[in-house]
Design a protein around this ligand. Structure first.
Ligand code: AMP
Length: 282
C-alpha cells in the first residue's frame, strides 16, 4: 500500500495510473475503521482496478466541537486493516492540506439537506460536500463507494456530483449496511459505547426489522409511532427522529401505495452517543 499525504501527489499518481488504463475506485472515510469500511473497499476492488481510501476526520462536518474532539482516532490499526484487505493507496492528508484557507462554499441541495440529519445537524452536509468535492477533485475516481448506513449522505453525494460537478463522470455506488452480530449497524461511534449500552443499542435494528414484518398491517403513521415507542421503551435509548421517506427526494411517505422506494431512517441517542440506522420497506 502506498501512503500519500498531499493533493498534488495523489493527483499525479492517479493521472499516471489512468494513462496506464487503470480505473480508480474511491472510498472516503474518517478512520476508526471497521468491517463496514472494509466491505466498501472489497466492493471497490471488484468494480475497479485501483482502490484508493482516504482517511481524514473532516472538521467542517461536525456541528458540535465536543463530537469532533471525541471522534475515535486509531491511525496505526487503521493502516494495518487497510493493508490486510490489500488497499492500493491510502490518501492521508492533514487539515492544512485539505483546508489551506477557510472553505466558504455553500452548497444548495434544496430540501435534501434540510430534513432528518440536516435538520438536527445544521451545516453537516455542507461540510460533507466541501470535503467530498475536494477529495473527488484530487482523487479523480471513476467510481466512489458509500455505505447506505448513511443513507441521506449517499443521496446528497449523488446530487453533489450531478449538480455541482457536472464535468466529472463519477459513479456513486451505494453499498449494504454491515452489522454487528446483535444487529447494531457498525459505526466508528460504537467504540464510544459501554458494553451494556452496546447490548441495548441492538434493539434499534431489531425494531426496524420487526416494523418491516408488520408493514402490511399498519399505516405509515402507525409504523412511525410503533418504531419510536418501541425504541424509547428501552431506558438506554432516546429517538431523535424517525422518518419514512422516498429514496430520491427524501420526501415523507404518506401512503404505502406510493410508487417509489421507501426508507425508514432513524437517529437515536444511546447515552451521549448518537447512532443512525435505516431500513428499506420495499
Ligand atoms: P465514516 O468513516 O463514518 O465517514 O464512513 C465512511 C464510509 O463508510 C461512509 O460511506 C459510510 O456510509 C460507510 N459506512 C460506515 N459504517 C458502515 C456500515 N456499517 N456498513 C456499510 N458502510 C458503512
Amino acid at each position: 500500500m502506498i501512503i500519500i499525504k498531499t493533493r498534488k501527489e495523489i493527483s499525479e499518481k492517479i493521472i499516471q495510473l489512468k494513462k496506464e488504463g487503470k480505473t480508480i475506485g474511491f472510498v472516503p472515510t474518517m478512520g476508526a475503521l471497521h468491517q463496514g469500511h472494509l466491505s466498501l473497499i472489497e466492493i471497490a476492488q471488484k468494480h475497479t482496478d485501483v482502490s484508493v481510501v482516504s482517511l481524514f476526520v473532516n472538521p467542517t462536518q461536525f456541528n458540535n466541537s465536543k463530537d469532533l474532539e471525541k471522534y475515535p482516532r486509531t491511525i496505526e490499526t487503521d493502516i494495518d486493516k487497510l493493508q490486510s484487505v490489500c488497499t492500493d493507496i491510502l490518501f492521508l492528508p492533514n487539515a492544512d492540506e485539505m483546508y489551506p484557507e477557510e472553505d466558504t462554499r455553500v452548497f444548495d441541495f434544496g430540501k435534501l439537506d434540510k430534513v432528518m440529519e440536516g435538520k438536527y445537524r445544521s451545516g453537516h452536509f455542507n461540510g460533507v460536500a466541501q470535503i467530498v468535492s475536494k477529495l473527488f477533485e484530487s482523487v479523480l475516481p471513476d467510481k466512489a463507494f458509500f455505505g447506505l448506513k448513511d443513507f441521506q449522505q449517499y443521496v446528497i453525494i449523488k446530487e453533489l456530483v450531478k449538480k455541482f460537478m457536472p464535468d466529472t463522470d463519477i459513479e456513486i455506488v451505494g453499498c449494504p449496511i454491515i452489522r454487528e452480530k446483535g444487529g447494531l449497524a457498525m459505526s466508528s461511534r460504537n467504540e464510544l459505547l459501554g458494553a451494556v449500552e452496546r447490548e441495548n443499542a441492538n434493539i434499534i435494528s431489531k425494531v426496524l426489522e420487526k416494523s418491516k414484518e408488520i408493514v402490511n398491517e399498519k399505516s405509515v403513521e402507525e409504523i412511525k409511532k410503533y418504531v419510536v415507542a418501541e425504541i424509547n421503551s428501552n431506558s438506554f435509548l432516546k429517538v431523535e427522529y424517525f422518518e419514512i421517506v422516498d429514496d430520491v427526494k427524501l420526501e415523507n411517505i404518506k401512503n404505502w401505495s406510493e410508487n417509489n422506494k421507501k426508507v425508514g431512517c432513524v437517529a437515536v441517542f444511546c447515552g451521549e452517543v448518537r447512532l443512525i440506522d435505516n431500513v428499506y420497506y420495499n
